[in-house]
Write a protein that binds this ligand. Structure first.
Ligand SMILES: Cc1ncc(COP(=O)(O)O)c(CN[C@@H](CCC(=O)O)C(=O)O)c1O
Length: 401
């Protein structure tokens, strides 16, 4: 018998499996609201013009294909840190930010999980929101951490369970690790207000907890990269020493180039040097060093003031189209005569809308209307276009009323 005879058949991925089902559907009017990837109003993937231009520049430089070093392309990681922490960030100015390039956001989370598992002085338990990105739990379990949850979403108000979240943070064992979505919460699209973030920071500080920010959508939520980094920067001002996972998949459309970064804020430059050395020791046996092409594109954009401005305009454009599609869907649902309130669709922010539809209704959307999205009722708003929004509203109305 083969060595693998006892390997069980695993389930399809909760998110990426939706695209597989969508591809199998022959209905020409099918709609894919599954994977959180931006589409333009023609429903096509969008390569940002600033990315195309940056790529041309990189190619014309005829660079070599040598290893970038374990922590990646230095011009990229320096610029990524500046984008996240901001030009007036004290830790950045004092050289206390330890950063490595990563295989996009997932890779940053995984380096973070492995680093915390190896060096965190407290209990190796990380608390993630309820609900959270479908892959968070597996990333941290596979990193060797225990995963627990804190209350986050209130299904009655289809909003933030702020009191529950703060209470759970206050009740966590002292010195717990807490994963926080910096902006554009996935899957709910529900973010704390700036006031609420201040209370959350106090609760994290009170418990001596350790914050791990996942910022996969900087710029993509509000259209403004500084605004979307508010929570992270506020925590820094409040003296927290967080770690951070960054992704350039969505805000630069570099999905398949796998461009990201993992960083830890140290308490001194001497500590930063020790962390640097250990991050390198951790990454080397993982994948040794990261791919250079995507990072060179991102670095060209971030380091060229003109291209950077153009890029910021394009990010704002993507965020703007999503905000417009939210309003259009709500309007169409109301035109259908739906007796439900749909304010949450326009109140929510970022790539996703949490519709409130249950798994059975989501299955009906797929089977009876060829509308594909994850079973938790999340829809990727970027998949909505002026052309398909009417049909989508009709389908939702038919399964939910
Ligand atoms: C909160 C959050 N963190 C990290 C990531 C990882 O993104 P990278 O591509 O590794 O940079 C995602 C992507 N989530 C999207 C995209 C598809 C997926 O990976 O699940 C989603 O939820 O649809 C995310 O939503």
């Amino acid at each position: 018998a083969s060595a693998w005879s006892q390997v069980p058949q695993g389930p399809p991925d909760a998110i990426l499996g939706i695209t597989e089902a969508f591809k199998k559907d022959s209905n020409p009017k099918k709609i894919n609201l599954g994977v959180g990837a931006y589409r333009d109003d023609a429903g096509k993937p969008y390569v940002l013009p600033s990315v195309q231009q940056a790529e041309q520049t990189v190619v014309q430089q005829n660079l070599d294909k040598e290893y970038a070093g374990i922590t990646g392309v230095p011009d990229f990681t320096k610029a990524a840190a500046l984008l996240a922490y901001g030009p007036d960030s004290t830790p950045l100015k004092e050289g206390r930010v330890c950063i490595t390039q990563s295989i996009s956001g997932t890779g940053a989370l995984r380096i973070g999980g492995a680093f915390l598992q190896r060096f965190y002085p407290g209990a190796k338990t990380i608390y993630i929101p309820t609900p959270s990105w479908a892959n968070h739990k597996a990333v941290f379990l596979d990193s060797g951490l225990e995963v627990k949850q804190y209350r986050y979403y209130n299904k009655d108000t289809i909003g933030l369970d702020f009191d529950g979240m703060v209470e759970d943070i206050k009740n966590m064992p002292k010195g717990s690790m807490v994963l926080l979505h910096a902006c554009a919460h996935n899957p709910t699209g529900v973010d704390p207000t700036e006031q609420q973030w201040k209370a959350i920071s106090d609760a994290v500080k009170e418990g001596g907890h350790y914050p791990f920010f996942d910022m996969a959508y900087q710029g993509f939520a509000s259209g403004n990269t500084d605004k979307d980094a508010f929570a992270l920067r506020y925590f820094l001002k409040e003296g927290h020493l967080p770690c951070l996972a960054q992704s350039f998949a969505k805000n630069m459309g570099l999905y398949g180039e796998r461009v990201g970064a993992f960083s830890v804020v140290a308490s001194s430059t001497e500590e930063k040097a020790r962390l640097d050395s250990q991050i390198k020791i951790l990454v080397r046996p993982l994948y040794s060093n990261p791919p250079v092409h995507g990072a060179r594109i991102a670095s060209t954009i971030l380091n060229d003031p003109k291209l950077n401005q153009q890029w910021l305009g394009e990010v704002e454009g993507m965020a703007g189209r999503i905000i417009k599609m939210r309003a259009l869907l709500k309007e169409n649902l109301e035109k259908m005569g739906s007796k439900h309130k749909w304010d949450h669709i326009t109140d929510q922010i970022g790539m996703f809308a949490y519709t409130g539809l249950n798994a059975e209704q989501m299955t009906k959307l797929a089977e009876e209307h060829s509308v594909y999205a994850t079973k938790d009722g999340r829809i990727s708003v970027a998949g909505i276009t002026t052309d398909n929004v009417g049909r989508l509203a009709e389908a939702i109305y038919k399964v939910k009323g």
